[in-house]
Design a protein. Structure first.
Length: 488
């Protein structure tokens, strides 16, 4: 008998938490990706599901805006741009007996990223190991290519050990972590710091950067993150990156349509103000219009701090103790300019690397030597922009709202800095070519209720399991956007 089994035998409160009593009627608050995934899985399991969403469309952060110009309409995604591991999305459709391919058209992106370095070199990132090894050998050298192959072996082992036991599983108590794979992760160095672990395999700073920046997806500096976070590099740089026809917003649109076909009720334009509880049991949600909506169980899709503070009126120590990751300045631009040397996803590294994280996290100031992401979605789907036009999604990491930066004063000035940096990095005439634009800062955000998210996400070591597996307690459960594989 395993240590975990022995412990739960004598301490039954360590077993997975579930809702007692009936669970036939379920209300989900929020039609973000996690809420949609939960709705599909619950409907497939025979529950009667109602989704309450404050916006007029599904998607949450994976939204889309339409900007009008004299030449037509630009349809620009406002949230995640990098989609990996589509099998997890397919799994949600499968819960309804549907095929993802009947609802969503995905195409692989090649190269996955194009990395630009301050010395003028360019490195294309490919998911095929042999193709990538050849690219590294050509740009850097054969010894680095050999190190890359060893690194792929390492992150593949990480994925194998982490996926079933930690990522795709409930973690209801620390004892849930006690599996044979935990010892294997320790043995291969998974709990060392990420940056030095990467340098065991990759000696050139260019490959080190392109295979460690993914820690930022989890809100962590590669110098602070544990090596287990290198599994994120496996998810995109080895398993591949995809793009949906119609943009990233096509994913929640397809999920919502499939869920609705199978009986899920969606109520858009409904804002939940609070959760009514009796003891430790959630009994209803109250909307801003005063409507009381009852159910047997509730799934809360907002970020955990938002759900506790705004919906439950609680401020537990487990939430107060959280540190928050960096946020971003996001420029969405419809443009008349096209740049032949870029790819769909482009990462432009500055001369400093560790300094980026020192600025953002330690000093809480804007990057003095920026590293940035430029995504050009119209390169893969020209229908997103008017004929002959392009869309640019420009993301500059910034400190979160704990920083003293006054974005009311800084927003316009920083726009000038963003344009200047882009033009210095090769986007000649970028500012003059902008026809329409939309700017998001840590202060503004798409909606005011994103306050906690824009501080930004909590930086934790938890695996944040998915909504279908998430433990439920007292008639409410938290759904996790992290399991749905799309990222900014």
């Amino acid at each position: 008998m395993s240590l975990h089994a022995q412990a739960t035998r004598f301490m039954p409160w360590l077993t997975p938490r579930t809702v007692t009593g009936p669970t036939d009627e379920v209300v989900i608050v929020g039609a973000g990706l996690a809420g949609l995934s939960a709705a599909m899985r619950l409907a497939g399991a025979g529950r009667s599901v109602t989704v309450l969403e404050r916006e007029d469309i599904p998607g949450g952060r994976a939204g889309q805006i339409q900007l009008q110009s004299d030449d037509g309409t630009y349809r620009i995604d406002t949230g995640p741009t990098v989609l990996t591991m589509p099998d997890l999305i397919a799994d949600a459709f499968d819960c309804l007996g549907e095929k993802m391919e009947d609802w969503l058209e995905l195409s692989p992106i090649s190269p996955l990223y194009r990395a630009f370095y301050p010395d003028g070199s360019v490195l294309d990132v490919h998911s095929d190991v042999d193709e990538m090894a050849e690219e590294i050998a050509s740009v850097i050298g054969p010894e680095e290519a050999a190190g890359y192959r060893r690194y792929v072996d390492f992150v593949s082992d990480l994925y194998k050990y982490e996926m079933n036991d930690f990522i795709d599983r409930n973690i209801d108590s620390p004892l849930d972590l006690l599996t044979p794979d935990l010892a294997k992760l320790v043995a291969i160095g998974g709990f060392r710091k990420l940056a030095p672990k990467v340098r065991e395999y990759l000696k050139d700073p260019r490959t080190e950067r392109v295979y460690s920046f993914q820690a930022m997806y989890a809100g962590l500096s590669p110098y602070d993150a544990l090596a287990i976070y290198a599994v994120i590099a496996y998810m995109d740089s080895v398993a591949g990156v995809f793009f949906p026809k119609g943009g990233m917003h096509a994913v929640p649109q397809a999920m919502a349509a499939a869920a609705e076909k199978h009986g899920v009720k969606f109520r858009y334009g409904v804002t939940v103000e609070s959760v009514e509880t009796t003891g430790e049991r959630a009994t209803a949600v109250i909307t801003t219009d005063g409507e009381r909506i009852t159910a047997d169980a509730f799934v809360l899709n907002p970020d955990l701090p938002v759900a506790y503070r705004d919906l439950l009126g609680q401020d537990p120590w487990s939430i107060r103790r959280l540190d928050y990751s960096p946020s971003c300045y996001l420029l969405l631009a419809g443009s008349s300019a096209s740049y032949s040397k870029i790819a769909h996803h482009n990462i432009h590294f500055g001369k400093s690397w560790k300094g980026v994280f020192d600025d953002l996290i330690d000093r809480q100031q804007l990057m003095s030597d920026p590293s940035l992401l430029v995504t050009n979605p119209s390169r893969s789907d020209p229908d997103l922009a008017p004929p002959g036009k392009e869309i640019y999604y420009v993301l500059f990491p910034t400190p979160n709202l704990d920083s003293p930066i006054d974005w009311n004063l800084t927003k316009d000035r920083y726009r000038d800095e963003v344009i200047r940096t882009l033009e210095e990095r090769g986007y000649v005439g970028f500012g003059d070519a902008i026809e329409v634009e939309n700017i998001t800062t840590p202060k503004t955000g798409p909606t005011a209720a994103w306050n906690a998210a824009l501080r930004s996400h909590p930086r934790t070591l938890s695996s944040r399991p998915g909504p279908s597996d998430r433990a439920t307690y007292g008639g409410r459960t938290w759904s996790s956007p992290a399991r749905v594989p799309s990222r900014a």
